[in-house]
Design a protein around this ligand. Sequence first.
Ligand SMILES: C[S@@+](CC[C@H](N)C(=O)[O-])C[C@H]1O[C@@H](n2cnc3c(N)ncnc32)[C@H](O)[C@@H]1O
Length: 423
Amino acid sequence: MLLSRYLGNKTALLDTILDVTAQRCVPGDRVLDVFAGSLAVSMAFKEAGYTVSANDVNPLTSAFGHAYLQPTLIPRFPLDSLVSERRAAILRFEAKNQLGSLLGRPGFSFLDSDDARRRYQDLLATLRYLQLIEADEISPSYLRTDFYDAYCPEGRYSAFTSSRGTTGRRRFLTAENAHRLDLILSQLRAWRAAGKLPGPAHWMCLAVTCHALEKVANTQGTYHDFPRDSWDSRAFKPLTLHPPALDGVLGGAGGHVVGQEDSNTFVTHVGHHRMMYIDPPYNFRQYTAYYFLPNLVCRYPDLVDPETYFSQLSYVRGQNPDDDFTSEFCSAGKFLIALKSLIASADVDSVLISYFTGKNHWSRFDSGRDDTGLIQLSELLSSDLFVDGSLSVREVPRKNYASYGGYRARDVHELLLLADVKR
Ligand SMILES: C[S@@+](CC[C@H](N)C(=O)[O-])C[C@H]1O[C@@H](n2cnc3c(N)ncnc32)[C@H](O)[C@@H]1O
């Protein structure tokens, strides 16, 4: 359900993270996921019964948070006020058939309840409407071609010149998929302006659209760049809005908080939490650049002046530089200072930090295991901010398949460092 191609996502480590968290927290406690990324950990916290505050500078994280973390019920999709009566009846009929095909599939046991089925039918009908929508159904003042123009080779403004002087055309999407994305986003922008889709339904449409984009984008996982002269075979599949599997997503008492700001600011006003989970960037990669395209999808319906916004696209990838955020946590020189200040500003009883022994702020990953990060973080968590002797470290071995300068499949250790803050 969440983005699976998200750098550093902790999907493979969830059991251990929950295990360590349970050493300090009980269900109902508030926990803070301050670099939430794909939301993999926040959603696992929610499913385990904690009340979660999730923050990240990336707009895609907050869109997913409003779609999946905050709601406890399937959002209401007001189909009758979105389309004509006749169209709504046809869409509901088709959605009912689709619903039948989902029953019994992994992730869809929530459909066992009558109420959930009723609500989900209108969600499916709305997604189907967006999937099939044509230009003449969209109000002309909202019908735009921004993604086609900028991100497929046929687009009017997709030409780039790199800093080295090479030229070419952006090929993040095929022309067909860029066109479909424009139609979906134009309609969502029109509904947004008219206040027609309630918040959670709006964010769910965007989250589902990000998934669809992830499945067909011509990238090697992130959006920092694209193969300059070739297409990944996935790019030729049609952009498809898949029904979201909601098992483990809904329910609970609610009260979850979603933030989209610098973590150093967020922690100053989000209140007390039993534990803060800290999964910072491990190196120089700026996530706002690496995920600029799904971030733009999430931001698009709220753009007031797309004309000006798109006229400012820069870099080979075509990002508006105003959306770039340079995180101190990505700089080897500033990382520890920023981390210390984050912890000192937060109102939390314990902190749990994720780090790893692969390529990180201190290690170039071209030799054997490098424990500099572990040593530096252990020193920080044994400093006078923390209760003496409270630090414990869990190590989880795994293979890292990322290629760094020709090296492949290295053994790395995921690190989980837990310590109590002095009150
Ligand atoms: C290693 S990733 C987190 C992965 C996440 N735990 C998951 O499972 O998907 C680090 C995250 O920190 C975010 N980030 C970096 N600097 C930030 C800052 N100063 N404030 C808020 N978020 C920041 C990035 O956008 C990125 O999503």
